[in-house]
Design a protein. Structure first.
Length: 132
């Protein structure tokens, strides 16, 4: 398995459809703001029932997360990630170089054979040497 695959696999959670916010935190923030479920839904442009479901599951869709955080005055801390570097491990690089050398040797052999065939075509074997 490649290192790139493993890095991407580790970061798959960052491409999620929902943001997890503990139910208790949502309830406390809503209570602190003095908002009813109906008013909260109205503030974030969803139905009261949808808001209650999000709050109960602790899952807020990514597309609504920013607005929910603004209305509830939640601080968003975005983790910083190092840039992904794509590089072949040293043993893989050695394998690639070896494969390229083999392919180059095969290409040279084919080129030499083509040159031989071209010479044979120009100088037929059945002609006397003085006519060839």
């Amino acid at each position: 398995m490649s290192d790139l695959y493993l890095v991407l696999r580790e970061r798959i959670g960052q491409v999620a459809e929902n943001v997890a916010i503990p139910t208790e935190q949502l309830e406390q923030a809503q209570k602190a703001r003095g908002l009813s479920n109906e008013r909260m839904g109205w503030q974030i442009s969803v139905s009261e029932k949808t808001w209650r479901r999000w709050k109960k599951t602790g899952q807020v869709p990514v597309h609504s997360f920013q607005r929910v955080a603004e209305v509830l005055r939640l601080e968003i801390v975005r983790p910083e990630f190092d840039p992904v570097e794509v590089a072949l491990p040293p043993e893989s690089l050695a394998d690639v170089v070896a494969e390229l050398r083999d392919a180059l040797a095969e290409a040279r052999a084919v080129a030499e054979r083509l040159l031989e065939l071209e010479r044979e075509r120009r100088t037929p074997r059945d002609l006397p040497a003085d006519l060839a």
